[in-house]
Each structure stands twice: as C-alpha cells, then as structure tokens.
Design a protein around this ligand. Structure first.
Ligand code: ADP
Length: 630
C-alpha cells in the first residue's frame, strides 16, 4: 500500500505541477489505479496538497548511467515535485543528442517516467529514464510508481497530403533521392518512422568508395573503375547483377562531386576501410555519417519544397490501375496519414537486420549462419525492420538474394553496436576466445571470421592489443570514443601485464601469454615474406613499419560478439531503380534505392560500398521518380 500511496501522491503533485506550468499533458489513468479498485483508491486519494507533499527528500541527486557514452544525470526535487533535470553527456549528434534536449522537459512536465524510448535512440532514452529513476530512489521516491505515469495520448486528426515525389525513409538513400528530386524542381514529402533523419547511414563509419579515374591518387594506387568493379563483383562471389555493379562503380565519383557541390567536406587522401580491399575510401570531415545529413539539412534550409514527416510509419503502398500512387501511413498517435504522389514513390527504408523473424526465415533458405534468432544482436538502428521489403512484396515485387546476410564479429556484447571498438588496423591486434586462445585469421573475410566466432564458447571473443596502438590513450575509434573513455566506462580493459589483463577478462593467464608469445614469434619472424601462420594470417606488418608484436604495456582488451550488420538481399530493381515484379515487369510509379534493394553486393558487401550505393542509386531514384508521369 505504501507504494501506491506514494504513487497517488506523486500523481497529485504532477497534476499540480501541470496546472502550475499550464502544460497540456496530464498524467493518464494508469494500470495501477485500475487494478487497485475502489477500496484502495479511497484509501489512497490524497485529500489535500499537504498529503501529496513529502514524497521526496528535497535536494539535488546525481546518477551515472551509460547511453551511447557515460552520462551523468542530476535531478533536483522539492518535497513533492521534480523541479530540474540536468544531463552531462556525449551522446551522438543527430541521434541521442536531440533526446537529451527534449526528454528532461517531458519528464518534468509529466512528473512521471512512463515515457516511451525514442525509436532510433533507445540507449540514450533508457539511460536518461534510468538515471532519473535512480535519483528518485535516492530522494526517497518510488521510481516504479513513476514509471506507471504515462502521458495521455490524444489521437491526432487523420491527414491527407500530396507532393510530386514521395520518399519513404530518411536515411542515406532516401535523403539523396529527396534532394535530387527537389533539384529537378519537384515538391517532395519524406516519410520517416523515427524522429530524425539518418537511419543506419548516420551510424556508418563514413567511408565512401569511389575512384576518380585518371587522378594522381588513383594512378599512384594502380586503381581504376574497372578494378573497383572486379573487387565488388568478385567480393560478392559473383552474385551481384553486373549491370547494377557497373553502375555503382561508374557513378561513384560523380556522387562524391555532387556531395561536394552541396557543401560536404571530405578529408584529403584516401584510405582502406575494413573489408574494403583497396585504398579508395573518401571520408567526410564530420564524424560517422553525420556530415551527409548536415549537408542535406543545409540544402533544405536554403531551398523550399522538401517536407519531412517524422514519427510517421509507412504501412502499405497505394496502387491504382497497376500504378503505385502513394502510401498509407500511421502517425505517432495512431492516426492515419495518406500521402499521394503526382509523380513517383521511392522506397528507401533500409534492410531488415532488426527483424528477427525475417532474418530467421531467409537464413533458413541458405543456411549461411547457424542461427540468427534474437540471441544474435545487430549493429543496426532499431527501426531497420524490413518494412519496405514487405510493402513492396505486397504489391508484387520480386525479392532477391534475401538469404545473403552479412554479420561482423565486432558487436558490443550488450547492444550489438559497433561502438566500443578498439584498435583501427587489423595488423596490430589478435582475437582470443574465452579460453585465451586465437581461433581465426584476423585478416580474413568478414563471414569467415564471424562463422569461426559462432563456434567459440559463448560466441564471445576479446580483441587484444598493446600500447603501440594507443600511445597516449586519447586516440579515438571511428565512433569518436577514446580508449581512455572506454576503459573508464568499463567497455574496454587495460592492464600493465598480460597476466593482469587475463584476470580482468577472465581467461586463463597461461593460455593468453602462450597465445601472445606465439603470435609475437610470427610478427618478428619470417612472416614478413608473406608466410601464413596456423590460421592463415599473413598480416603482420602495417605496410610501413614492422609490427613487433603485443609486448608493450599497457595492454588492452575489449569483448565482442557476432552482430547482424547488412542485409544484401531485397527488392529487385533495374538500372533505373524501377522495382521489378515477380513476372519480370516494372511496377509503374515505384522506385527503390539503398539497402532495401537486393542484387548489388552479392553474398558479401565490400566495406565502403554501402554509402556509395545510397548516393548512386538514391540520386537515380530521385531523378526518375521526378520524371515519372502517370
Ligand atoms: P539506406 O542506407 O538504405 O539509406 P538507412 O538505414 O540509412 O537505409 O535508412 C532507412 C530509413 O528508413 C531509416 O531512417 C528508417 O527509420 C526508415 N524507415 C524504415 N521503415 C520505415 C517505415 N515503415 N516508414 C517510414 N520510415 C521507415
């Protein structure tokens, strides 16, 4: 009863706070209230404001929690009201940061914690809620009761909207398509399920493969569009459609120029991204994929005609006389939003890495992975659930190569995210299992490494390296995280000896030291001539200097698990990005670009080719959907 009394007091306080600030949202009736019945309700209803008081010990309390990074949540309480919430955080711009800006205000307005995590930023949302709950408990409040207080949802009016071009999905391909269609003079509506643009693309490392044929850089690296073609086609075990692969590599550099014209700045020089096979990746100056979206936002700030419709989920395509003319969507409050296109409709909803059912169904067809059930995490944003593929299938689209699913052996054990990675170059690290033993060629193919990891106890490994990689500890990974930050957050381990490191990560010390000794022998031995070790590894130098092995303290380790990264299968398209049906005919009015499509990357996507895919095919979809006449 005590619990309930306190909840009731808080609900009362919330109502008071609501009326004080003149806010609209009231705490809704909760399950707790409903379940208690009249007797309890009578007993607990606070008769006066004084009874509502005293739920908290007034003061300021702090809690440290982990979102994408470590976060400090500081909450100030009156006797009965949360008066202030401050966050110290390093959450990702464009993803977690907007939630940090809005959620504290929502909690104060509601005086409750029953707020849904923002889709696409669940880690950040949950961290804030957890931090405030911790402070509530510290202040003597009842966090569980606060979680039962939910904002009242008022169903918004149904809407009917029209634009020339309708784009579904505000990730890399969708935004490239939207801007291109607008450049062609068309009005565009972009439907996006989450509350911001970016999708998976904003989580990417930012590498963009493209060959500027004839440039000094390409000549110096013996690179050509033809070589990019060969590596892409053969890297996918020759399953990619040659015409689509040819288009990808031929138009890649035009994509870089288009982005530069829009104002995106690239770092000088080229690099090889993991699994990219050649030094042809261009990297924006801004971290991760954020530069692309800042560029699109800047374009939209300077041009009229692109309307972003966030927190709106596309459900079904609308077909009239065999032509796709729009999309039926659901708004945030469950209202219906019908969007009609004067010209074409573009599907750009990404892949299906976060749809466990689809993963399992299609993996069963190829048997590529022992299992892809919910125990296997994903590096993808939560909204990447194959919606566009299912919508296209519903209107007769052919789905191809759906069983081609790429995993990486580099997922965070708690979230599957690629954040928390340690080390940048393959050459200077080893992977050991929970027995402290190596089990695979760390320089091998992504699929081979991940399959080997599936065979290890708990499907868990540790990346191990020494301070050659981290001379100061301030060096950052692709996600802007320094090793010092990761160690402090408990996401990586640091020790002065290998024995100590073994103890920290819980592997037998004698095994880890023997493993490292054997590896070091190869580093310093005849392997510079390309001789492979017992796992087939030949990468023992970083190309410029000899790697002397793992022997300089401090030593570092981080745990990693298999994670579903990219789904290469999807909707079948032709070079015009028109969607093809199961009879081999074009579905008029419907275009698709990005990870929602299949048949470009074959069995294995080269690192650095995904962003190229979004720009090359996104631009084509934008141009052709703009030109489509019913
Ligand atoms: P790509 O790399 O192919 O561009 P992304 O993963 O970057 O794909 O972006 C896909 C976008 O589509 C994401 O922002 C995702 O939230 C959005 N999305 C997925 N399903 C739907 C849907 N049913 N309605 C609206 N947007 C969706």
């Amino acid at each position: 009863m005590r619990k309930y009394r306190r909840f009731a007091a808080l609900a009362m306080a919330a109502a008071l706070a609501g009326s004080m600030t003149g806010c609209q949202s009231k705490p809704a009736a909760t399950e707790t209230t409903a379940a208690t019945g009249t007797e309890a309700a009578a007993e607990s209803a606070p008769e006066t404001a004084a009874e509502a008081a005293g739920a908290y010990t007034p003061g300021t309390y702090s809690a440290t929690v982990t979102g994408m990074k470590e976060m400090t949540v500081t909450v100030t309480f009156d006797a009965d009201v949360i008066t202030d919430i401050q966050l110290e955080h390093g959450e990702t711009p464009g993803i977690g940061e907007p939630v940090c800006d809005t959620m504290p205000g929502q909690i104060i307005e509601l005086q409750g914690l029953g707020i849904d995590a923002v889709s696409g930023a669940t880690l950040t949302s949950n961290a804030i809620l957890e931090g405030v709950a911790d402070c509530v408990e510290q202040a003597g409040g009842d966090a569980e009761a606060l979680k039962a207080i939910k904002p009242e949802v008022v169903k918004a009016e149904d809407e009917e909207l029209t634009a020339d071009v309708v784009v579904i999905g505000a990730g890399g391909a969708g935004m490239a398509a939207a801007v291109t269609a607008n450049q062609a003079g068309k009005s565009v509506i972009v439907i996006e399920k989450t509350s911001n643009m970016g999708g998976n693309t904003v989580l990417a490392g930012g590498a963009f493969n493209a060959v500027d044929e004839g440039s000094e850089e390409a000549l110096a690296r013996n690179d050509s569009v033809e070589f990019h073609y060969q590596q892409t086609y053969e890297g996918g075990d020759e399953q990619g459609d040659p015409e689509l692969v040819r288009k990808l590599v031929t138009e890649a550099y035009g994509g870089v120029e288009w982005l530069m014209d829009l104002g995106l700045e690239f770092e000088p020089g080229l690099f090889t991204v993991t699994g990219g096979m050649w030094e042809r990746a261009h990297k924006p100056v801004e971290p991760e994929g954020s530069g692309f979206f800042k560029t699109y936002q800047k374009y939209m700030d300077g041009h009229e005609g692109i309307t972003m419709k966030y927190e709106t989920t596309a459900k079904h395509l609308i077909v009239e006389d065999g032509v796709v003319v729009g999309v039926e969507c659901e708004g945030k409050t469950g209202n219906q939003v019908t969007v009609t296109a004067n010209n074409g409709v573009i599907l750009a909803t990404g892949g299906f890495a976060r749809n466990v059912e689809m993963r399992e169904e299609y993996n069963a067809e190829t048997g590529m992975w022992p299992t892809l059930d919910e125990s296997i995490l994903s590096s993808n944003a939560p909204s990447i659930t194959g919606d566009g593929i299912l919508m296209a299938k519903e209107v007769g689209a052919e789905l191809i190569q759906m069983g081609n699913i790429q995993l990486l052996p580099l997922g965070d054990p708690e979230t599957g995210s690629l954040t928390g990675m340690i080390g940048n170059a393959v050459e200077t690290r080893i992977y050991v299992n929970t027995e402290g033993k190596r089990f695979v060629n760390e320089g091998g193919r992504r699929d081979e490494m991940t399959l080997a990891l599936f065979e290890q106890p708990d499907k868990l490994m540790y990346i191990v390296m020494d301070s050659d990689v981290y001379p100061t500890g301030e060096e950052k990974n692709n996600f802007n995280e320094s090793i010092n930050e990761l160690v402090e957050a408990g996401r990586a381990y640091k020790a002065d000896t290998l024995e100590e490191l073994a103890e920290l990560i819980g592997v037998p010390a004698e095994n880890l030291t023997a493993t490292v000794e054997e590896y070091n022998r190869h580093c310093l031995g005849g392997d510079l001539e390309g001789e492979a070790d017992e796992f087939g590894r030949t990468l023992f130098t970083d190309g410029k200097k000899i790697n002397d092995g793992i022997n300089d303290a401090p030593y570092y380790a981080a745990a990693r698990v298999p994670t579903v990264h990219h789904t290469m299968g999807g909707v079948k398209i032709n070079v015009n990005t028109e969607v093809i049906d199961t009879e081999g005919n074009v579905i008029p009015g419907l275009y698709a670009a990005g990870e929602v499509t299949g048949g470009i990357h074959g069995t294995n996507r080269l690192g650095g080719n995904a962003l190229t895919d979004t720009i090359v095919f996104g631009r084509t979809a934008g141009t052709n959907a703009a030109a489509f006449e019913r």
